[in-house]
Design a protein around this ligand. Structure first.
Ligand code: C5P
Length: 420
């Protein structure tokens, strides 16, 4: 499921040829078409004869707003060309061919370069350099696990295709296992991610997000209004950019971005304990979490009740470990990025944190203007200066931040300098 930090119309300008081969997952292609169109893409549907047994071209024409192609002998003009060569014309302006569902049989055909129907012919005839092939396998678990299918999947990858999924779970046949086509929203996220620059390929990124919760008694605790949206957006953007991402999340009820490993914690101490053993194995550490500075000195194992005299309870606090500062002071720290949510004087406070926490980059923002919201304004502050990322949705900002961090990692001569 997409998180609501998603930028609107992320596929604007993209033209996707959506191919359907035969399988019960064809029913999901209707929602997928709608999701791609809603995200701004233009969608041209091409179906095999087998796919037409599961869903009609009428449905997909209505949802895509374009006549569907099903037959290589179809003499209608395709992509504005009247040369009766739909198999050539359809992919010339396309940014990708997405086959969803890709049946076991269709994958086997692709592997051998067979071309006896419009969809396989079109896949073979597509320009390799400009039109990538994306496959969403969908089949029974035994068919997916069969050595022939596994061999085909591996060879298709080696030939340059990208496979999305398959997912795991209940199957239409009543069995349970690997082979389900990903859900339309998951496929949409995969397509969006596919088009992002792979600026962090081969890098590992660790990130904290959300509020911590410091218990007072079994039913109460101290927390804050951080929603975790910014951190989850950075985790998603980093995964889209090709990084291996570990997200240590406080009490956050957001779905985990695709491809991200998530560790849930509650308290600052638990967050510290989760982060410290992983920190040195990562290239980047981003601390977006709103960590409580103090926790109650004593945790009551029973609910604190009003006493007879109505006396106000006295609370004592102890300081929590500073996770970011602890990571940044490791002998060989990852590249550390801190966040500063302030109510005023953000540059002054950000600079102070830069020095105190020993980090090369602080991302400053106004707390009340960001907590719980889908958009924000960020100011990047380093030892040399500062630069503002103007107001945008959090995912757009997260992608800009990821590109910034990637360029700093690559610019070894002066990794701390803000580009002009
Ligand atoms: O010290 P302050 O909370 O203002 O600093 C904010 C930055 O430090 C954020 O990046 C936050 O995630 C991180 N931090 C931390 N551990 C703490 C307190 C803050 O990692 N105990």
């Amino acid at each position: 499921m997409a998180i609501n930090t998603a930028a609107p119309l992320e596929l604007t300008g993209k033209h996707i040829v959506l191919g359907l081969s035969g399988g019960i997952a064809c029913y999901k292609a209707a929602e997928l078409t709608r999701a791609l169109v809603k995200a701004g893409a233009t969608v041209q549907v091409v179906m095999t004869e087998a796919a037409e047994q599961f869903i009609t071209a009428v449905t997909l024409q209505a949802l895509s707003g374009r006549p569907v192609f099903t037959n290589q002998w179809d003499s209608r003009s395709a992509a504005g060309m009247a040369n009766n060569m739909a198999h050539i014309n359809l992919t010339r302006e396309a940014d990708a061919v997405l086959v969803a569902p890709a049946s076991a049989d269709f994958m086997a055909k692709l592997l051998h370069g067979r071309a006896d129907d419009l969809l396989s012919l079109m896949c073979l005839a597509r320009p390799l350099a400009t039109c990538p092939l994306l496959l969403a396998p969908a089949m029974n678990r035994e068919m997916w696990a069969h050595p022939a299918t596994q061999r085909n999947a591996a060879q298709l990858r080696a030939d340059g295709a990208t496979l999305f999924g398959p997912g795991s779970g209940d199957q239409a046949c009543g069995e349970v296992g690997d082979g389900r086509m990903l859900e339309p929203e998951e496929l949409l996220d995969e397509v969006i991610a596919f088009f992002q620059p792979k600026a962090l390929l081969g890098r590992r990124l660790l990130i904290t997000a959300g509020p911590t919760f410091e218990p007072l008694d079994p039913v109460r605790g101290l927390t804050n209004l951080s929603s975790g949206k910014m951190g989850f957006a950075v985790a998603r953007a980093a995964a889209e950019a090709g990084a291996e991402v570990t997200l240590v999340a406080g009490v956050v009820h957001l779905p985990t971005p695709r491809g991200v490993r998530r560790i849930d914690v509650r308290t600052a101490q638990q967050m510290f304990d989760a982060v410290m053993p992983l920190a040195a194995q990562n290239d980047v550490f981003v601390a977006t979490a709103a960590v409580a500075d103090w926790r109650p000195a004593a945790l009551s194992d029973r609910k604190i009740k009003k006493d007879k005299n109505n006396a106000t309870p006295m609370l004592n606090f102890v300081e929590n470990p500073d996770i970011l500062a602890s990571v940044a002071h490791l002998p060989q720290p990852p590249y550390c990025v801190g966040f500063a949510a302030e109510s005023h004087d953000i540059l002054v406070h950000a600079r102070e944190k830069l020095v105190r926490k020993n980090v090369p980059l602080i991302v400053a923002n106004l707390g009340p203007a960001t907590f719980g919201r889908d958009d924000n304004t960020l100011t990047l502050v380093d030892a040399q200066g500062h630069r503002e990322l103007p107001r945008a949705d959090k995912l757009t900002l997260a992608r800009q931040l990821v590109l910034e961090v990637a360029s700093r990692l690559n610019n070894k001569s002066d990794p701390t300098k803000l580009p002009a």
